[in-house]
Design a protein around this ligand. Structure first.
Ligand SMILES: Cc1cc2nc3c(=O)[nH]c(=O)nc-3n(C[C@H](O)[C@H](O)[C@H](O)COP(=O)(O)OP(=O)(O)OC[C@H]3O[C@@H](n4cnc5c(N)ncnc54)[C@H](O)[C@@H]3O)c2cc1C
Length: 289
């Protein structure tokens, strides 16, 4: 099916919100277009109005405010991967952005598009989940802020209404006590999309893990933290035996959440191995030789 679109590029947030209010149901927001253009080319979207938000300066920023980092949805993966603010305050997100696609995709693709497209394989989502990120959605006359995990109701499905724009992503900066890991398993090609990706954070207090956060992408119906694994590790002195136990539990928790599927046979050991690798990194426990 060939799609027919008309195109408009508002120059301010106010103008974009007005267009979406008037034309919401028949309008489609486009940012970098790296996901959307493929859907259009494949005929998955019907005719309508394409609202290109690329030229809205209010949506492109990386800001530090006190202990918070605030991002506009138009920040590209390349900008995230080269930002000093992100490197210092959210290195897990820097690594996730760096792992995206190819230089061309990182230059065009935005964090907002990655979040809203809601692909289970999206690389920034597990990183934002362990950062406990909040997202702000706006439509004319209304603004709402919610945890990023509340956005998702299924693969490629969010609660975002047709009249709404994602306008901000916020999270607390990680201070020096945090260690982080981001690991991605993908088919080995430059443009590989993640088959599984893991984001992990740990904050130590002396020898004990004061707080642990872990999210496994591409493996659960909606993005989430692995609560049982986090509880197992929190307050404990991490050892190789404990990490191995945690990795096994992560694989079990993944199956519990997603049910047994054709991919489970491959994903269960893969999740186990990758979680173990991520935890060894955050707890600074190398492999025995
Ligand atoms: C070859 C290739 C390789 C890729 N590799 C990776 C990879 O390794 N990792 C990865 O995570 N992704 C990858 N992607 C997917 C894609 O590049 C990312 O998801 C990218 O971040 C999407 O951003 P965009 O700005 O291009 O989104 P667009 O395509 O412009 O939009 C995507 C969706 O988000 C909506 N949208 C965008 N911005 C907003 C907003 N502010 N408010 C409301 N709705 C909005 C659009 O309406 C659309 O539904 C790849 C894509 C390609 C083509």
């Amino acid at each position: 099916m060939k799609s027919e679109f008309t195109y408009i590029s508002p120059r301010s947030l106010e103008e974009a919100l007005k267009i979406l209010e008037d034309r919401g149901e028949g309008a489609q927001v486009i940012a970098g277009g790296t996901d959307l253009m493929i859907q259009i080319r494949e005929g998955k979207l019907g005719a309508g109005l394409l609202v290109d938000i690329t030229y809205i300066p209010e949506l492109r920023f990386i800001r530090e405010e006190g202990n918070q980092i605030k991002l506009g949805p138009l920040v590209t993966h390349a900008e995230l991967a080269s930002s000093g603010v992100i490197k210092n305050g959210a290195s897990v997100l820097e690594r996730a952005a760096h792992s995206v696609g190819s230089p061309q995709i990182r230059n065009m693709g935005t964090i907002g598009g990655n979040i809203v497209n809601a692909s289970p394989a999206a690389d920034t989502i597990p990183a934002l989940v362990v950062l406990d990120a909040q997202v702000t959605l706006m439509r004319k006359g209304r603004k709402r802020t919610l945890p990023i995990t509340d956005l998702y109701i299924g693969p490629y499905k969010t609660i975002i209404e047709p009249h709404e724009l994602l306008v901000e992503i916020t999270f607390t900066k990680l201070d020096d006590g945090w260690r982080s890991s981001f690991i991605k398993l993908a088919r080995r090609r430059a443009l590989a999309i993640a088959r599984i990706n893991i984001a992990a954070l740990a904050k130590m207090e002396g020898a004990k893990a004061k707080e642990v956060r872990i999210s496994v992408g591409s493996s659960t119906p909606t993005p989430c933290r692995m609560g049982e694994v986090e509880t197992l590790l929190t307050g404990e002195v991490p050892s190789l035996a404990l990490i191995e136990e945690a990795a096994l539990r992560a694989a079990q928790e993944m199956v519990k959440r997603s049910g047994v599927r054709p991919s489970t046979e491959y994903k269960r050991p893969a999740v186990q191995g990758l979680v173990e690798k991520a935890l060894r990194e955050v707890f600074d426990l190398g492999y025995e030789t």
